[in-house]
Structures are given as C-alpha cells and as structure tokens.
Design a binder for this molecule. Structure first.
Ligand code: IMP
Ligand code: MG
Length: 178
C-alpha cells in the first residue's frame, strides 16, 4: 500500500502573513477599479476566501475550473476549461487566484482564454510559485511562497482529493509500505 507522510512547510500564521501582504498589494493596485477576481477551483478555494476578507475594492467574484491532464503528481501538458466564468469580463481588471503554478500548463491556457475575452488587464495571484518544472512561461504577479520543488498539500491543495482542509501547508513524502 502507498502511504504518505506530511511534513510542515508553512504554518497557518506564515500563510496569513503572506495572504495579508498580497491583499495589501492588491488594495494599492486596484482601489477604485472595476475588478473581477476569479478563483481557480478546487485548490484555490481557501486562499481565495482568506484573501477576499482583506480586500477593500469590492470586486466581483467568480469561479473557474480547469482540467489539466495527468495523474498522481504530474500534469502532461494539455488543459481544458470545465467551468467558464459567468460574469462578463470584457473591459474589467481581472485577477486570477490560483493555488500553485507548477508546469504552468493550466495557467498559460487560462491566460490565453481570458485575453480572448478582451479584459482590460490581467494579473495572477498564486499561493505557491513552484519553479522547477515550469514548461509554459507564466508571469506570477503576486505570489505567497516560491518553491523549487516538492509536492505540497493542505490549505486547499490535495493529494488524491485529501488534505485540502488542513490550515497549514505540508510537503508530502511518499513511502511504500507492505
Ligand atoms: P500545472 O498546470 O502543471 O501548473 O499544474 C497546476 C495544477 O496542478 C495546480 O493548480 C494544482 O491543482 C496541481 N498541482 C501542481 N503541483 C501541486 C502540488 O505540489 N500539490 C498539489 N497540487 C499540485
Ligand atoms: Mg489547481
């Protein structure tokens, strides 16, 4: 049987400090603007809701879902939009909120889709910018943490749909057990 063990990477307090700092930057950049904030499901749900509690510019909010194909801990370079935004985005300042950018496949795909909606501007906030496996160049405008490598769970991020509920971030170590 495959078992995972978790090692703490960033505490809930560490995360809250970074979330507040990103919110401060957004509050400065977007005061008085017509902003749409898009949460990329499922992984960004906790980051999104915590971030929103600190923003002061009354954004419209919506949710998108992307499938990027692959299994286990890798994606294989193809992406598809499973849930499109329902609010009109043309002419708006759009902020995409994502859990983690790894290969960049999902985000590069979403950026192309959103640009085609004639948004006024587009910026990306990612809780984690994981740089080692980047295959598609993506500009992360606001990032919580930069990581070289490793598989991370908690605070919205999953392994096989588990661990999303944890309030801190952990790295997963995979161990084979008899
Ligand atoms: P990308 O398309 O390779 O950039 O992968 C992005 C998606 O893969 C993220 O939105 C996550 O859902 C998932 N992912 C990538 N790395 C991790 C990780 O370390 N932990 C949990 N999910 C991950
Ligand atoms: Mg995701």
């Amino acid at each position: 049987m495959r078992m995972e063990s978790l090692k703490i990477l960033f505490s809930a307090e560490d995360i809250d400090r970074r979330v507040q700092s990103i919110a401060d930057q957004l509050n400065t950049a977007y005061a008085g603007k017509q902003v749409a904030m898009l949460c990329v499901l499922t992984g960004a749900f906790m980051f999104f809701s915590d971030l929103l509690k600190y923003v002061k510019f009354f954004p419209q909010i919506d949710f998108v879902r992307i499938a990027s194909y692959g299994s286990g801990t890798t994606s294989c370079g193809k992406a598809e939009l499973l849930q499109a935004p329902r609010i009109p985005l043309a002419g708006k300042d759009v902020v995409v909120v994502e859990d983690i950018i790894d290969s960049g496949t999902s985000m590069a795909f979403l950026v192309e889709y959103l640009r085609a909606q004639n948004v006024k501007s587009l910026r990306i906030a990612a809780l984690i910018d994981k740089i080692e496996r980047r295959e598609h160049s993506v500009t992360v405008d606001y990032s919580g943490f930069r990581l070289l490598s490793g598989f991370v769970v908690g605070y919205g991020l999953d392994y096989d749909e588990r661990y999303r509920e944890l309030p801190a971030l952990y790295t997963v170590e995979f161990e084979d057990q008899a």
